[in-house]
Design a protein around this ligand. Sequence first.
Ligand code: SF4
Ligand code: SF4
Length: 277
Amino acid sequence: MKKKKTIRKWVQLVLFLLIAAISVNHTLVESGKGVTFFSTASLHAVCPFGGVVTIYHLLGLGTFVKKIHPSSVVLMIVVFSSAILLGPLFCGWICPFGTFQEWIGKIGKKLFKKKYNRFIPYKYDRYLRFLRYVVLAWVLYMTAVTGKLIFQDYDPYFTLFQFWTGEIAISGFITLGLVILLSLFVERPFCKYACPYGAVLGIFNLFRIIPLRRNETICINCKACDRVCPMNLPVSTSRIVRDHQCISCYECTDTDGVCPVENTLAFQSSRYKEAVK
Ligand code: SF4
Ligand code: SF4
């Protein structure tokens, strides 16, 4: 349904503006000018990945990593619960940095048309995607050892929403610049190759309760779903998409302009599938 696509765009826009407002307001509050309603919220307080990096300290020492708030743990639990059901909805619908990359990607699509997001052959690219697990392991290890938010100095998401504060390391600006540049050629490059939180959420795709299913009996193998997938997944040859890179964006299930055969692609649990047999 095209409606789904439109709803996603609006959800992404509203959440991007909300996070931007929280960030700006937090800076204003520190200089005595912000709105009280938001006064306690910082970017760290609304980041569910903070809940992941503090787990070791929370369970082992009963403390939080410096700058991490209990709200991050609550958000982490909410995001994990939705991921058990529907996979990384957070990546496809909520993360403002994913949205930002999609917006830059629109320029790339205009520049390169059909070539956009097709520069690296999938047979090599699929292995490069595991790099984000290397980043995840490094972030978790270093945060556990140092008790500091080690990734902050390299985090393009943090840089984007805090670039005016003077808190950003040069490495943060370099990473953000690289992501912007790569987004002109590749859709969501940070999500694909480097995001440690995307790496965690991607694992839920392996056992999510409601996966993406393709009805092989009515599929006409037109490959439109492959072409539209921002993560370049081979949807048209999968019976069930369990790839760790699916971001549950629903783009491939859009029957208005993508899959020409209604109900060929759908998010369905195995129980539902049994019922409609
Ligand atoms: S398989 Fe479909 S839902 Fe998953 S990332 Fe690709 S387009 Fe989005
Ligand atoms: S777009 Fe629909 S019909 Fe075409 S290959 Fe994908 S699932 Fe099959």
